[in-house]
Design a protein around this ligand. Structure first.
Ligand code: FES
Length: 453
């Protein structure tokens, strides 16, 4: 379609950093501050990273029926994720082929067609241009086929998580997710149907900082003891063996770990720290005793405990590069706005095959971290962005773990290390460098950064 060729021809804006220079700005154990502050780097990321690799766009439960749609963004591109009348999923560029206006301005709904509000060109929900007002004005050579909405050429789902990419060279989605599928499967297989439902609208947040500050933090087991001190202090009043408490107590001596899973994906696995199951391990929250009492009365102790264990998150922070963070029961989506502005959308999830009380319980728990923990992170992101503006201090460090011999790389290239180490950040910047420049920096966890020193 016309729109795709426009993107391919003009999709790689000239950066003030040519590729070779960009490659030098990723050292392996540190990156240059301009990766977070330079608008030309951001512009290039929006083409080469967001949409240049498989990028999450929506969950199938957000468009369950034919003709359903959901609007979101792919990098900074507004897109409409549609399920057409035959059930096929499309990711359409929300950009009229007449003069560029968005054609759909609703967050979600059901529609067989989208009519641009500006001059009423009308498109089917598979992107075809169906009609224009007073067509005689375009003469006999006007081609409806040439003016369909642009669409992202590759769209695939893994267990109802929909991803899209412009990159025709990438392997199929499941292969790209690779070892991350083991953790996504574990997150879903706890539930009776093996699926979650994303039904609610998102809890939205915005911070004045680069999108990578969120991704850096997503598997960071180093910060909770300090950044979330107040949250841990409150929880400690109810005992010292609850969710996140272990981060404050010599966490690297415990059983938790962080992994770099390849292709930019990372995970913190907290499950080895859960000695008594999910329900007994969570932090207290208002009303939990009442929920538990109702369920025990209705279903008996054993059945109630089985259901209650489906309330809390799975003890995984799974991060699918570049924008999908699975945290507890949430999906958190990173939505870049500008080089120093990022939106975060937190979607709660419900499950089927359990008493309604469990989903109410999940919603109550899903209010916890975004309200009491995430503001700590956003304050740090904003202050990091401010600090990175100092031109004389050029490098951002993530060398924790280098030279300790504590990280192990397996035959798939998965790197496992202590939960406060930063090998996952070193790993994802290798993928970032590969996408942005066509080459990695040559960094290897086994060799350390011997090439660079
Ligand atoms: Fe859409 Fe004119 S901009 S019809």
């Amino acid at each position: 379609m016309t729109q795709l060729s426009v993107i391919r021809d003009h999709g790689s804006p000239e950066s003030t950093h040519p590729d070779e220079e960009l490659r030098r700005l990723v050292r392996g154990d540190s990156v240059h501050r301009t990766l977070y502050t330079d608008p030309s780097v951001f512009e290039k990321e929006m083409v080469r990273v967001f949409g240049g690799t498989w990028t999450y766009v929506a969950h199938e439960s957000q468009i369950p029926k034919p003709d359903d749609f959901f609007t979101t963004q792919l990098g900074v591109r507004p897109v409409i994720v549609t399920r057409d009348s035959r059930g096929q999923v499309h990711v359409l560029l929300n950009r009229c082929t007449h003069r560029g206006s968005t054609v759909c301005r609703e967050p979600s709904g059901s529609a067989k067609r989208f009519q641009c509000p500006y001059h009423a060109w009308t498109f089917a929900n598979d992107g075809r241009l169906e009609s224009v007002p007073w067509p005689k004005g375009y003469g006999s050579n006007f081609s409806y086929d040439a003016f369909g909405l642009g669409s992202v050429p590759r769209v695939e789902s893994y267990r109802q998580f929909i991803f899209a990419t412009f990159n025709m060279e990438l392997p199929p989605l499941a292969e790209h997710l690779g070892p991350a599928t083991e953790y996504l499967d574990a997150w879903l297989d706890r539930y009776p149907t093996g699926n979650v439902i994303v039904r609610s609208s998102a809890q939205k947040m915005m911070y004045r900082g680069n999108w990578k500050l969120s991704y850096d933090n997503a598997a960071d087991g180093y910060h909770p003891a300090f950044s979330h001190r107040s949250l841990l202090k409150v929880a400690a009043r109810y005992g010292d063996d609850r969710d996140m408490q272990y981060f404050a107590k010599r966490p690297d001596d415990g059983p938790l770990y962080v992994k770099y899973l390849g292709n930019g994906h990372t995970v913190v696995d907290q499950r080895p720290g859960m000695r008594e199951g999910y329900w007994k391990w969570i932090r207290p929250f208002p009303g939990m005793e009442a929920f538990e009492a109702v369920l025990r009365k209705k279903y008996g102790d054993a059945e109630a405990e089985r259901f209650l264990d489906m309330g809390p998150g799975a003890g995984l922070n799974l991060n699918i590069f570049p924008n999908l963070l699975i945290i507890g029961n949430h999906l958190q989506i990173i939505e870049p706005v500008g080089v120093d502005t990022t939106a975060l959308s937190w979607y709660g999830t419900t499950i089927e095959g359990v008493p309604e009380e469990i989903n109410t319980l999940r919603m109550r728990m899903q209010e916890d971290f975004p309200a009491f923990g995430e503001p700590d992170d956003l304050a740090n992101f904003e202050e990091a962005q401010r600090g990175m503006l100092i031109p004389e201090m050029e490098w951002i460090d993530f060398s924790r773990g280098v030279g300790t011999g504590c990280e192990k790389t397996d035959h798939l290239g998965v790197v496992t290390g202590p939960v406060t180490h930063e090998h996952h950040i070193r790993g994802y910047f290798q993928e970032w460098s590969r996408l942005m420049t066509g080459a990695t920096t040559g960094w290897s966890e086994d060799r350390g950064n011997a090439d660079e020193r």
